[in-house]
Design a protein around this ligand. Structure first.
Ligand SMILES: [Zn+2]
Length: 140
């Protein structure tokens, strides 16, 4: 089982859609599991603020892959750009994988947090505007 946000190993953190009736099998998804409270929070905040509308995951994944390019290039540059992959030691390959996976996971998690925060700010601004206009009274 992979974390739905960052793809690390999921560890018992889940989520269900409270807007779907009890007993409806769509209320729960075995795909909505998370590695940590951080990823669970990022996801559930986003889902609450977007009222269950899922964001396009492929676009976010593509952006996350793009975020791996710079750290990947830095690592390969540091150990020798001209070396063929077959000459890498096991440790160098493991480090290369770690560099890429860490950059990917960090982007996925922080992007979920950023979107959740943006949606929250939008709703708070609307609520503030609403209460401001109602306290000024209505023209007649
Ligand atoms: Zn995670």
């Amino acid at each position: 089982m992979k974390c739905a946000v960052c793809s690390r190993k999921a560890k018992g953190f889940g989520w269900f859609n409270a807007s779907i009736k009890l007993g409806d099998l769509n209320r729960y998804s075995d795909k909505l599991v998370f590695c940590s409270r951080r990823c669970q929070n990022a996801f559930s905040t986003l889902m609450n603020k977007t009222e269950g509308q899922m964001i396009d995951p492929s676009e976010m994944e593509m952006a996350a892959m793009g975020c791996c390019l710079s750290p990947l290039g830095e690592f390969v540059g540091a150990i020798g750009m001209d070396r063929p992959l077959a000459s890498y030691s096991r440790e160098e390959v493991m480090t290369l994988i770690d560099v890429v996976v860490t950059a990917y996971q960090e982007h996925m998690t922080s992007e979920h947090e950023r979107m959740a925060a943006r949606d929250l700010a939008f709703l708070e601004e609307r609520l503030a505007r609403k209460s401001k206009s109602s306290s000024m009274g209505a023209p007649f």
